[in-house]
Write a protein that binds this ligand. Structure first.
Ligand code: ADP
Ligand code: ADP
Length: 226
């Protein structure tokens, strides 16, 4: 697990649009930070910069004491779960979960052990031979999480990972992700536009609006001083 720090981070896209302005915040090791705000406020942009998928226009982002600009993709043990899950359709659940480990050069035995451990933790052992299209929405969501946790990431990023689930599954998945956070003891950064999700899941909540950080505090303090 690692600390994450945004220092005066601004993102201006090529068309001139400033999506994130002078963002300053720190996420402690092992914390569960929720980034919340309306559609278009810059949540995904912030995550993508942290994951190295998008450049930073000015300012700095640190993971531990290293600037994200100077971390090679091999050393950048960040996992990200997308709203769409982005599972590889032609691969089995096992292969979807094993893929990034194989890329990193893990042995077949270590890969198998990690995939099986993660599958057990998420209750999807019986699905390892299936293809994504043979899974329910809730099962796909678990596979997407499984694919991320096999790498034992130092930072675990999630971008609206529950928005494709129905209300009942979403409530259940919230509880499961909170438990997973406790079990993994990894730094979680979770993006949502759903206030309830933010208030129930985060140890702290960062509220973004039009690319500007409005507030960052515990759910309790935000509830009492909205
Ligand atoms: P959120 O995740 O909060 O919905 P995003 O970070 O996806 O917000 O987007 C923030 C703003 O930046 C939006 O207004 C969006 O239209 C704009 N934006 C996102 N990607 C690009 C891009 N590649 N070029 C220009 N503008 C973009
Ligand atoms: P992004 O960074 O936006 O996820 P990618 O190029 O990684 O873009 O993936 C785009 C889509 O193509 C994703 O939905 C992903 O599931 C799929 N995809 C990427 N690589 C593969 C692959 N090797 N085999 C099958 N599908 C893939």
């Amino acid at each position: 697990m690692a600390r994450v720090c945004f220092e005066q981070v601004t993102k201006q896209y090529e068309n001139g649009f400033v999506a994130v302005k002078n963002l300053n915040f720190e996420v402690a090791e092992g914390e569960f930070l929720v980034l919340v705000g309306p559609s278009g406020c810059g949540k995904t942009t912030s995550l993508r910069m942290l994951a190295g998928l998008e450049s930073v226009s000015s300012g700095n982002i640190y993971i531990g004491d290293r600037n994200v600009n100077n971390i090679s993709s091999k050393d950048r043990n960040i996992a990200m779960v997308f709203q769409s899950y982005a599972l590889y359709p032609h691969m089995s659940v096992f292969d979807n979960m094993a893929f990034s480990l194989e890329l990193q050069g893990y042995s077949r035995a270590e890969t198998k052990e990690r995939v099986q451990a993660a599958a057990q933790q998420l209750g999807i052992e019986q699905l390892l031979d299936r293809k994504p299209k043979q899974l329910s929405g809730g099962q796909r969501q678990r596979v997407a999480v499984g694919r991320a946790i096999v790498r034992k990431p130092t930072v675990f990023l999630m971008d609206e990972p529950l928005s494709n689930l129905d209300a009942k599954l979403r409530t259940q998945a919230r509880v499961e992700l909170s438990k997973l956070h406790k079990d993994l003891a990894t730094t979680f950064i979770y993006v949502t536009h759903d206030q309830v999700e933010a208030m129930t899941m985060g140890t702290r909540i960062a509220v973004l609006n039009q690319g500007i950080l409005q507030q960052i505090d515990t759910p309790q303090n935000l509830y009492e001083n909205p």
